[in-house]
Design a protein around this ligand. Structure first.
Ligand SMILES: [Zn+2]
Length: 244
């Protein structure tokens, strides 16, 4: 018998929704609901990963940080995924900076507790293997995107992906964050955002971006949007029918 409270966790995050009732029973006593505030650092690059986060809403960016401080986003994680999940296989230091870009809530579990549960469950190891493969494909796509596609296409892609993950046309985000994610100067983001606004695709004011014409934005986005969307759609299929 699975309690309603246990099922409640499975509905909040697609990965949690892919775990079996037995898996959730192992995790549930250790899951805590936490608030993710915009700008919160979940872990710094090189730091030991103490917790695993399963976002319910909001967006977390993984950023590669260079010695002189420049950073660029290598992955975005929302309610389809988890941050710090590799600690399921042993203690890990983070290869990326994980920072909250759009506020929300998450289920959080201490890494040793998560590892202990995963060691007992073949189904959890299977779900994490599938997730790891999808994540790798997304990161490869983003590496190519950062090198080959122009800022307008990348910004359009980013906004569409954020829209899909948040299920909202309004995204609470500053140009400062966008410039960090895209690895370009803030003035460049301002110029490109202005072009998209002039074209009637978005509206923005301080801290808010509103997608007005989604189809138009899709036409400006690079092929990476469609490629990553397919990967996220595959993850959604992992969730048990009627759960997520
Ligand atoms: Zn691209």
């Amino acid at each position: 018998v699975v309690s309603l409270e246990t099922l409640h966790f499975s509905k909040l995050n697609i990965l949690l929704g892919a775990f079996t009732p037995e898996d959730l029973r192992l995790l549930k006593p250790h899951l805590r609901e936490v608030t993710l505030q915009q700008g919160t650092l979940l872990h710094e690059q090189g730091e030991r990963i103490e917790h695993v986060y399963f976002p319910h809403q909001g967006l977390v960016s993984l950023l590669a940080v260079m010695h002189h401080g420049h950073a660029v986003e290598t992955a975005t994680i929302g309610r389809e995924g988890a941050i710090g999940w590799l600690t399921a296989f042993g203690p890990r230091r983070s290869h990326a900076r994980a920072v909250v870009q759009v506020a929300g809530t998450a289920s959080r579990i201490a890494s040793p507790r998560f590892r202990a549960a995963v060691e007992k469950s073949a189904t959890m190891r299977h779900v994490l293997a599938v997730y790891g493969e999808r994540m790798l494909i997304q990161v490869q796509q983003t590496a190519a995107c950062n090198a080959l596609h122009d800022v307008e296409a990348r910004l359009s892609r980013w906004l569409l992906e954020a829209r899909d993950r948040l299920d909202s046309d309004t995204i609470e985000l500053t140009h400062e964050f966008l410039s960090q994610m895209l690895g370009v100067r803030r003035t460049t983001v301002t110029v490109v955002a202005h072009m998209l606004q002039q074209a009637g695709l978005i509206r923005y004011r301080r801290g808010h971006i509103n997608i007005v014409d989604r189809r138009g934005l899709e036409a400006r986005a690079c092929e990476c949007y469609e490629a990553v969307r397919r990967q996220v759609a595959q993850l959604t299929k992992l969730a048990k029918p009627g759960w997520a």
